[in-house]
Design a binder for this molecule. Structure first.
Ligand code: ZN
Length: 200
């Protein structure tokens, strides 16, 4: 991991955001579990899992329920050029004037930059997680966090997984843990459908 003082314009002290530290540490977990390839959809999924777990670390620290969290990444480390934050899981594309994250698969970006847009397309699974957490309410690290984390550890999640592969695994885990007709499983299905990731 690399942290620094920033240039004061784009970034400031990059250790100031607990979700950023959680994000970077989660890359280590992902590397040793699913080992998601850092390009294209698997790379964007890798990025998203780091945002999800990083945000949950922050919410846990602040004892925030899903409805109370800001769902922002990097609010405490951006300088004037990128304020108010790097990314918004709740509303991808709105975190700062340069934020161009898509909100669903219809707007998935094919690009050679940034390993195929891993920091852009991550907005799609980020928003799916937010929608599940928002629908279920309460502490997001409890039910949605459990479903996402057990899915990350699932040996059936391949290194080249696309969003739909991960989505199907989260749906299967939600059904296994909470029941096939549970509110939890329904929320997961609705979340992925809302961001237009095929789950059937
Ligand atoms: Zn990252």
């Amino acid at each position: 991991m690399f942290f620094g003082d920033g240039d004061g314009q784009i970034f400031t002290r990059t250790t100031a955001g607990i979700e950023v530290i959680g994000h970077e540490l989660t890359h280590g977990v992902t590397q040793h579990e699913a080992n998601l390839t850092y390009s294209g959809q698997s790379g964007a999924l890798n990025e998203s899992l780091s945002d999800v777990m990083g945000s949950l670390v922050k919410q846990f620290r602040l004892s925030q329920k899903a409805s109370d969290a800001d769902w922002l990444i990097g609010a405490d480390i951006v300088g004037p050029a990128l304020q108010p934050a790097l990314r918004s899981m709740k509303a991808p594309g709105t975190a700062n004037p340069h934020d161009n994250q898509p909100t669903d698969m219809n707007h998935y970006v094919h690009t050679a930059d940034d390993n195929g847009g891993v920091h852009r397309n991550s907005g799609i699974p980020n928003r799916a997680f937010y929608l599940v957490a928002d629908a279920l309410g309460g502490f997001a690290w409890e039910v949605p966090g459990t479903i996402w984390y057990t899915s990350l550890l699932d040996p059936q999640l391949p290194p080249n997984a696309e969003f739909r592969d991960f989505a199907r695994i989260t749906l299967r885990h939600s059904r296994q843990i909470y029941g096939p007709t549970s509110d939890e499983a329904q929320a997961v299905q609705n979340g992925w459908e809302a961001v237009k990731v095929p789950i059937a």
